[in-house]
Design a protein around this ligand. Structure first.
Ligand SMILES: *[C@@H]1O[C@H](CO)[C@@H](O)[C@H](O)[C@H]1NC(C)=O
Ligand SMILES: [Mn+2]
Length: 452
């Protein structure tokens, strides 16, 4: 795989025609593995000189936020520097120069920002529901299985099983097991085809890791935030709400708030985070499981503007639908208020409308005579859009496959997403935790980050 990836890099230097295999913008493990394995297979079996290049559809700097991907690459000895990320290849320029063919894996809708690439798409391989009447010019294979990696495994095992190395088999096995929740029939993500191909891979390579082991390691790595900077922790699972020029980041963090607040340089990091991304306030909800496997939620509100902070805290304290049952926690700074959230049923998702309302109230009060707010300039608005796009892709990175309800209907005869991405319902890591705890709280304790 490493030599192959080096050939890919060399091909990019030579500005020869390339065929890019592109995963989705979340760049979850399934997308990464599907792109790597399919591109490798296509290159090895191509009858022409065509080179197929796997591209991870995120910036290189975003990779550390995907702990499961980082862990798996290390485990299988695929060096990160060898990979090609979306910010390292100019797909539009290649396409304009007539040098690009594109295969989409693990998604079938291009974001609007990639609309220009639509004509370059020659094939789609996905495992998500698609409109019945959908009929683009290119070849589309969509099958509703638990993991796109299953479809790649099938393609390889039917087409050229001899190219399958242990490393590629392990990549596919891990992605399938993670997406299919360890092939657990009760959870119901695995289809018979997913099971069939995991079994085939394991039969071919009997020394592949045990399913439970690989599942536990990947889950743990996915939620392990210990190696992240404070900024990365805040961005890993973040949403943004705003009302005109006032913008609030709402982050979910999977650790004990007391430990989070003890991080070195925390207050400086929070200020820098807000400053760099033009947030007026930050609301962090921490979630973890205590020694009795009970979920604990805490809230921290960081905001140097007194009036805005008081508005947000007031709205949270007084909220009755749902009541949050907040108990103030010791303060580490006048700019930061924290609480234990007695009502653990209230997820961040349920908190968002409450915060949105608080923001509107704050904004309306500013509009009172004599209190005209500063009107947001154009450049600020544009910056907002860019940042929110980025925030969304980070946030969805954990679990894009878990979308519930499913994606809106695909626009007919087009691979381009016509609806704003940020209106799509996305399931966050937090929601996985919640789903998990509904199934079995004790099972979930195993996947929750340890709180040492
Ligand atoms: C794209 O694929 C078509 C069909 O296989 C081929 O004829 C064409 O040369 C390819 N273009 C590039 C830029 O690789
Ligand atoms: Mn997938």
């Amino acid at each position: 795989m490493e030599n192959y990836l080096q050939d890919c890099r060399a091909a990019l230097q030579e500005s020869r025609p390339v065929h890019v295999v592109l995963g989705n913008e979340a760049c979850d493990l399934d997308s990464m593995v599907s792109a790597l394995a399919l591109a490798f297979y296509l290159t090895k079996t191509s009858e022409t000189e065509e080179i197929f290049i796997p591209v991870l559809n995120i910036k290189r700097s975003e990779l550390p936020l995907r702990g499961d991907n980082v862990f798996f690459l290390q485990e299988l000895q695929i060096p990160e520097p060898a990979l090609i990320f979306r910010d390292e290849i100019d797909l539009c320029a290649l396409h304009e120069a007539g040098q690009l063919n594109l295969t989409l894996v693990d998604h079938h809708i291009l974001p609007r920002s990639d609309a220009a690439l639509e004509d370059a798409v020659t094939e789609v391989l996905d495992h998500r529901p698609i409109e019945q009447s959908y009929s683009p010019a290119c070849h589309v294979s969509v099958e509703l299985v638990g993991s796109c990696a299953t479809l790649v495994a099938e393609r390889i095992l039917q087409g050229a099983p001899e190219i399958l190395s242990r490393q590629i088999a392990a990549l596919l096995q891990g992605a399938i097991i993670l997406d299919c929740v360890n092939m657990d029939a009760k959870i119901g993500k695995a289809t018979p085809k997913d099971s069939k191909y995991v079994e085939k891979l394991e039969a071919l390579f009997p020394d592949l890791p045990k399913r439970q082991d690989i599942f536990d390691s990947l889950q743990k790595a996915k939620f392990d935030i210990s190696g992240l900077s404070t900024e990365q922790m805040l961005r890993k699972d973040q949403k943004t709400i705003y009302r005109q020029s006032t913008k609030v980041a709402v982050s979910a963090i999977y650790m004990d708030l007391e430990a989070f607040l003890q991080r070195s340089n925390l207050l400086t990091d929070l200020s820098t985070f807000c400053h760099d991304h033009s947030y007026d306030a930050l609301v962090a909800m921490t979630i973890f499981f205590n020694a009795h496997n009970e979920p604990v939620r805490q809230l921290a509100i960081f905001c140097p503007h007194v009036a805005l902070r008081m508005t947000i805290c007031g709205a949270l304290e007084q909220c009755t639908s749902p009541p949050l049952k907040l108990t103030p926690m010791p303060s580490i700074s006048p700019n930061l208020q924290s609480y234990l959230q007695g009502n653990t049923q209230v997820s961040r998702k349920k908190l968002l409308p409450v915060l949105q309302e608080a923001l509107s109230a704050y904004f309306d009060s500013m509009k009172m005579p004599g209190g005209q707010p500063e009107v947001a300039g154009m450049s600020r608005e544009q910056a907002d859009k860019e940042l929110d796009g980025a925030g969304n892709s980070v946030m969805s990175g954990l679990s894009q496959d878990e979308e519930d309800p499913p994606l809106p209907p695909t626009p007919m005869n087009s691979l381009v997403d016509e609806c704003p991405l940020n209106e799509l319902p996305k399931l966050s890591a937090e929601a996985i935790f919640e789903k998990c705890s509904q199934i079995s709280l004790s099972q979930c304790a195993r996947v929750s980050p340890s709180n040492k």
